[in-house]
Design a protein around this ligand. Structure first.
Ligand SMILES: Nc1ncnc2c1ncn2[C@@H]1O[C@H](COP(=O)(O)OP(=O)(O)OP(=O)(O)O)[C@@H](O)[C@H]1O
Ligand SMILES: [Mg+2]
Length: 247
């Protein structure tokens, strides 16, 4: 979809990248309806670092998956730039995910038989204007480890390879679901520093899901979810550097 190829990145720094309006999501489980989102209105801005905070089951992953074109809402609209993702075909959503969105999940999903560099190259080979895998790995502090296999890397290092893989295709948005969920505090901080560096140096609009309120201090905005609704939005006047966080 040509229109979905238009990145909102060129626009001014407070331009809206995502405009989410009236989004509900109900999962149908046989006879039972599970409401995951109950009316979400939210704008995400170009280049911002947003943290989504909320209890288990509050709808964080559902919302992130809808933003990333991995899932579709039951009702409502999600505009990416001026394109409505809820009206996009499967093919258009595939192109959207491929060219515009980087995903990072709690479990790194690296290919064990490939080196760090090769794991990143798998993605850059199908991207339109990718970074060099080496540069992406350098950016997350793994420039010295490019020829190592996942089994030769710690959990935090593997997660940084996953971040390098997500950013190497130069996505406009980076969506991270509990990226430090499997890591201890010290290792988690190194991973968050990598996300912070990507956000600052490349200007990638970044949304990070966490259970961990401590992480919220590094965000521009903290979006609280409770029971499928946005219960509160906090703006941090100053962002705490990721290196100063602990939990
Ligand atoms: N594929 C699905 N099928 C049925 N119900 C689902 C599905 N995905 C999520 N849900 C339900 O939707 C609600 C919100 O789930 P979601 O995964 O978005 O929560 P979350 O905030 O990410 O939680 P956690 O912190 O545990 O990851 C929950 O009640 C969950 O059981
Ligand atoms: Mg979740």
């Amino acid at each position: 979809m040509d229109e979905l190829q238009q990145p909102p990145r060129e626009s001014s720094s407070n331009a809206v990248v995502f405009h989410v309006h009236g989004v509900t999501k109900i999962y149908q489980m046989g006879e039972v309806q599970v409401p995951a989102l109950r009316g979400i209105d939210l704008d995400l801005y170009n280049g911002e670092f947003a943290v989504l905070l909320g209890a288990s089951g509050s709808g964080k992953s559902t919302l992130l998956n809808i933003l990333g074109g991995l899932d579709t809402p039951t009702e409502g609209h999600v505009l990416y730039g001026d394109r409505d993702l809820t009206r996009a075909s499967e093919k258009e959503l595939t192109a959207y995910r491929r060219y515009h969105v980087g995903f990072v999940f709690q479990f790194y999903n690296l290919i064990p038989s490939l080196t760090a560099r090769e794991n990143v190259a798998v993605v850059t080979e199908i991207a339109k204007s990718p970074m060099q895998p080496e540069d992406a790995l350098q950016l997350v502090g793994l420039g010295e480890r490019i020829h190592h296999f996942p089994a030769q890397l710690s959990g935090g290092e593997q997660q940084r390879v996953a971040i390098a893989r997500a950013i190497a295709k130069n996505p406009d948005v980076l969506l991270c679901d509990e990226p430090t969920g499997a890591l201890d505090s010290q290792t988690g901080v190194v991973v968050l520093q990598a996300l912070q560096r990507v956000n600052r140096q490349l200007g990638t609009t970044t949304a990070v899901i966490t259970h961990n309120a401590g992480i919220a201090q590094m965000a521009d905005r903290v979006i609280h979810l409770a029971d499928g609704r946005i219960s509160q939005v906090d703006i941090n006047e100053t962002r705490v550097d990721a290196s100063e966080l602990s939990w």
